[in-house]
Design a protein around this ligand. Structure first.
Ligand SMILES: Nc1ncnc2c1ncn2[C@@H]1O[C@H](COP(=O)(O)OP(=O)(O)OP(=O)(O)O)[C@@H](O)[C@H]1O
Length: 317
């Protein structure tokens, strides 16, 4: 378990992490989300004792990180996959970590096998691809067989097979009763992996909730309907006191009334439906809605204009 209480970090005037209080529990995968610059990395660094909080407290299984004897046996972390001595082989990198934490040599072979790097164990890390580097970082996190695991953007640079592998690994580690805390920018990936979410924006806690509740509370649920008898259907729905949003074309959208009731009404008036589908926004939409106010760096949605010197001649008719 990881417990944060009033955790705060200031860099001069900038409050990077603002009075964060939450608990990361064992047995589930907890996703850590926030727009760029929200304070995720700073929070994770403080959890690992790499940054000193300005105020507040972090406890790892009840203790401060710097009070843990052989910390890799309590908490394993992947923060920056590039933080590896490039001149060392994968095996030697892990062996150094193992030796300084009282972990037997045999464990190095085991974790290399787990992450699929046994065949390149003798190769220098500087020749590794981004994905291989991520796997080596994950091997380091697993080395002490810790009860708590923390991954900052673990799927960065992984191909689809690698992404599937890390998802399965995280779910397996949680099912074994471990605490798994993971940050990611890939919402679709998080939706498949995490059971619980902690969302921050501009250093503040915005949500600490289950995945299902997060989506339910931060997104619009509605029913999409298509019918070749659109006008008659509209009359029936209005007659029943149901508010309809006309989204253009043959499609109608209804908030606040279930698909069952709409289907039953259509059947009663013998109206043909080509679609009757409950819609729920994705995690990505829910996240954008919640964090809209706290995004520090906004991009313009328009495509960039072509350079002026092109004139209008570049356009094809
Ligand atoms: N050493 C530092 N000195 C000054 N400001 C810092 C320092 N480290 C982080 N910050 C600022 O603190 C804020 C939080 O940064 P942090 O890297 O923790 O965010 P993040 O959520 O991990 O962002 P990203 O998703 O882009 O990695 C940012 O505004 C950042 O510029």
């Amino acid at each position: 378990m990881i417990e944060l209480e009033g955790l705060t970090k200031r860099y001069g005037e900038k409050v990077a992490v603002n009075h964060l209080t939450f608990t990361v529990r064992p047995g589930i995968v907890t996703g850590f989300l926030g727009p760029n610059g929200a304070g995720k990395s700073t929070t994770m660094r403080m959890m690992l004792g790499l940054d000193r909080p300005t105020a507040g407290d972090v406890r790892i299984d009840g203790r401060h990180y710097d009070r843990l004897k052989d910390p890799l046996k309590y908490i394993g972390a992947l923060l920056d996959a590039k933080a590896v001595h490039g001149g060392r082989s994968a095996f030697n990198h892990l062996l150094c970590l193992a030796q300084s934490n009282g972990i037997p040599r045999q464990r190095v072979h085991e974790v290399l096998d787990t992450v699929g790097l046994s065949s390149v164990a003798g190769k220098k890390a500087k020749g590794f691809s981004l994905g291989m580097g991520q796997r080596l970082g994950i091997a380091g996190a697993l080395l002490g067989d810790p009860r708590i695991l923390m991954f900052d953007e673990p799927v960065n640079g992984l191909d689809p097979e690698g992404i599937h592998w890390i998802r399965t690994l995280m779910r397996t580690l949680a099912a074994q009763g471990r605490t798994v805390f993971v940050s990611s920018h890939l919402m679709s990936e998080m939706a498949l992996t995490a059971d619980r979410l902690v969302v921050i924006g501009q250093g503040r806690l915005l949500a600490d909730t289950s995945m299902a509740d997060f989506i339910a509370h931060n997104s619009r649920a509605y029913v999409r309907i298509r019918s070749p008898q659109r006008e008659r259907l509209l009359d029936v729905l209005h007659g029943a006191g149901i508010t309809v949003v006309e989204s253009g074309g043959a499609t109608l959208e209804v908030d606040g009334t279930g698909a069952e009731r709409i289907g039953e009404l259509a059947a009663r008036y013998q109206l043909v439906l080509h679609e009757l589908s409950p819609q729920r926004a994705s995690l990505e939409e829910a996240f954008m809605r919640l964090t809209a106010e706290s995004v520090e760096y906004h991009a313009h949605s328009d495509a960039p204009a072509p350079p002026q010197q092109w004139g209008d001649g570049w356009k094809k008719d």
